[in-house]
Design a protein around this ligand. Structure first.
Ligand code: 9MR
Length: 393
């Protein structure tokens, strides 16, 4: 046992897995060895990701009838000229990461029960319009990022009025300017134990399971043009957990379609984790087929690849992350119902993962297509290659 651990550690060092080797350290657990082996299996030093020409992701996507875009925050886009330049260059769609949620940051959309503050989101809508980007709305109904006043104010009696007022006001405000709305976000959570798989949220508590249908109807009335999306995560891997979630989401979509709900697309978030990237191309394809056969489009809405447990060596790390992007996207883009690939951020300078999934060694995380200085990474190549090889829509 000791000898095996020692060899594994030495091998890890030799392969440049400094951080892992350190983590394995004096106490080598079989878990650490498993992880080490998994990562070695993921990395293929011969994989090179060559790309033809210099066209942007936007141009490559457009050539196939696809959309490429990224989520950014108002403060980043308005204060950092470099990110703005790169968003204009690479993106065909802009997703406000915070500004259309009920309450995030210093200038929230719903500062009080009676008011709406559209200033930050309007600035972004205007940026999108000025620079010819499509705009996406995220998100009308979610159990997170609810205002501090929500709990004291919203109850059984008034919840319907709040939901109606919010959706009507916000969706009408952007009517004609929005490509698609995430009407309901993350409404399935199997560990809540309900037979319909629905997450226990305040909306469910106050309005019952019909709140989802209601939200879609309200959004359709307020903007008959926008593509209305149900958005969720945890749908990607070949694990029993993700398999169960795929089935529950499919059932929800079927229920909604049977009732004639105006829902037009599924958003698959695709927050992937490099060292857990075990997905089954056939199962993923079948899921996408099943969704498409309900008459729904599909968007990959929040893609990024967590590199938390990867070796610190940037060459190895970037290669593994790029491999995950290409493996996943090449399967997903085979399905013609998929119309968009959106990443949750564009540059490693701005990613939620710096705060939510920081590395133990404190090295900066590298989950996105551009590095923190806006240089194209192998992940950029991987996305470009997936677009170049995708069938035309
Ligand atoms: O990236 C977003 C982060 O900055 C916010 O603090 C957080 C709460 O509003 O939301 C993050 O974005 C989430 C998205 O809205 C829904 N899917 C999961 C995303 C990552 O947590």
């Amino acid at each position: 046992m000791y000898k095996d651990s020692f060899l594994t550690r030495r091998r890890a060092v030799k392969l440049g897995f400094g951080m892992l080797a350190g983590a394995v350290g004096a106490v080598t657990t079989s878990k650490a060895i498993d992880l080490n082996n998994q990562i070695q299996a993921l990395d293929n030093p011969n994989r090179k990701f060559p790309v033809n020409g210099k066209l942007s992701l936007k141009e490559r996507a457009t050539a196939k009838g696809l959309i490429y875009g990224a989520a950014i925050q108002y403060s980043q886009l308005s204060l950092d000229r470099e990110i703005a330049t790169n968003v204009k260059r690479e993106c065909g769609m802009l997703i406000p990461e915070w500004e259309l949620k009920w309450f995030v940051g210093k200038q929230p959309l719903r500062p009080s029960p009676y008011t709406f503050d559209f200033r930050a989101a309007d600035w972004m809508a205007n940026f999108a319009k000025t620079h010819g980007l499509l705009l996406r709305g995220h998100t009308l109904v979610w159990h997170e990022s609810l205002p501090p006043w929500f709990e004291k104010t919203v109850n059984n009696q008034n919840a319907k009025r709040f939901l109606e007022e919010h959706i009507k006001t916000v969706v009408q405000h952007y009517a004609g300017k929005i490509h698609s709305w995430d009407v309901v976000n993350e409404a399935i959570n199997l560990s809540d134990g309900r037979s319909d798989g629905l997450r226990k949220t305040p909306w469910l508590k106050f309005l019952g399971s019909d709140y989802i249908e209601l939200a879609f109807r309200l959004a359709a009335e307020a903007d008959p043009q926008a593509l209305l999306v149900y958005n969720d995560f945890g749908l990607d891997y070949d694990t029993s957990k993700d398999e169960a979630k795929r089935n529950a989401v499919l059932k929800l979509l079927e229920r909604l379609k049977t009732k004639g709900t105006p829902i037009h697309a599924l958003g698959i978030q695709a927050h992937l984790t490099a060292n857990e990237a075990k997905f089954s191309p056939s199962k993923l394809r079948q899921f996408l087929r099943d969704v498409a056969s309900l008459g729904l489009k599909i968007l990959i809405t929040e893609m990024d690849v967590v590199d938390k447990k990867l070796p610190v060596d940037i060459k190895v790390r970037d290669r593994i992350v790029a491999g995950v992007y290409e493996d996943y996207l090449s399967v997903v883009l085979d399905e013609r119902a998929v119309i968009a690939v959106l990443t949750w951020g564009l540059s490693d300078r701005y990613t939620w993962l710096s705060h939510f999934q920081p590395r133990r060694d404190r090295a900066a995380v590298r989950p996105l297509p551009l590095d923190a200085n806006f240089r194209r990474k192998l992940a950029w190549n991987a996305i470009a290659r997936a677009f170049d090889q995708a069938p035309r829509r």
